[in-house]
Design a protein around this ligand. Structure first.
Ligand SMILES: [Zn+2]
Length: 297
């Protein structure tokens, strides 16, 4: 199968976030606050993104994003766009409160193209299927930007780096899905860091330029460790592999329950008052991911 052919087939299955009919039924109209999540697939300028653009729509990817985040009661409309970004692979949030812009989450076709190209060809030794790698990374990126949006729209005070807080928000969101799906989504999101941690046993030392430490984002190895630490802190049995397979050293693992509880308290105190909890329960009780094909039979 040629790369193009494989790409096309995989896009068809991978960007599914399989829209169960029940999922779409109750989601019309968005959240119960004043604001709504408005979605738009902006036609791409780069013809290479045309197939992706069409398949995202055919798979109702943004409609699913709209449903999943509709319990957030934003004070004004929040736009979520897929758009061409002139070659830049990115996802970003445009501020409302402090910069007086229309609150907008932008997901670049370039970024979607990149995660599709980097996905594993088969299920990895860590158990991440190609579909889970794509959907997990996509959901983590969208939830991270929704984190920025929530901090902004709900005027949430933040100690420390906002980028770390947005990663915490995103991880917490992924962990709210049913356990089987939370596991797959977190594992899929963690796959986004595979280039940085794939040789973690053979090559335990890495080198970064000094400037990398001054970034407002954590280094990818740190973001990976933070993600799996929070997941382990949420449920040490469900995520036992992260310690058993030595992705996370025991010295950090013993702090993860505490770190998760700090995050949970922040979400309860600062975000939950803005969430339609009944709608959220419906969202998280649904089946979102297509059933996995059993391996080897
Ligand atoms: Zn960010």
């Amino acid at each position: 199968m040629s790369i193009n052919r494989r790409f096309t087939v995989v896009v068809a299955v991978a960007l599914a976030l399989s829209a169960a009919p029940t999922a779409m039924a109750f989601a019309q109209g968005g959240g119960s606050g004043e604001g709504r999540i408005r979605i738009e697939y902006v036609p791409p300028k780069n013809p290479e993104h045309q197939a992706l653009y069409e398949r995202l729509q055919a798979r109702h990817v943004l409609e699913n994003v709209q449903t999943i985040f509709s319990p957030l009661r934003f004070p004004v409309d929040m736009k979520v766009l897929t758009v061409g970004c002139d070659g830049e692979s990115n996802a970003l949030y445009e501020r409302f409160q402090r910069e007086d812009k229309k609150p907008t989450v932008t997901i670049c076709y370039e970024y979607l193209h990149e995660i599709l190209q980097a996905m594993p060809k088969t299920t990895t030794p860590a158990g991440v299927s190609p579909m889970d790698a794509v959907v997990g990374q996509f959901m983590f990126a969208v939830a991270h930007e929704m984190g920025h949006g929530s901090f902004d729209m709900f005027d949430v005070p933040i100690f420390g780096r906002e980028e770390d807080a947005a990663d915490g928000f995103a991880t917490f969101v992924l962990l709210q899905f049913r356990n089987d799906e939370a596991l797959r989504l977190v594992a899929g999101a963690a796959y986004g860091y595979h280039e940085f941690i794939k040789d973690y046993k053979q090559k335990p030392n890495v080198t970064w330029p000094l400037a990398a430490f001054s970034s407002d984002h954590g280094l990818p190895e740190q973001r990976f460790a933070n993600l799996i630490c929070l997941a382990y802190g949420y449920d040490a049995q469900l995520f036992a592999d992260v310690v058993d397979k030595e992705y996370l050293p025991a010295s950090r693992a013993k702090r993860c329950r505490y770190e998760y509880l700090i995050l949970r308290d922040a979400m309860r105190n600062l975000i939950r008052p803005h969430v339609d909890m009944e709608a959220a329960r419906k969202v998280f009780n649904m089946q979102w991911l297509a059933a996995r094909t059993p391996v080897g039979n």
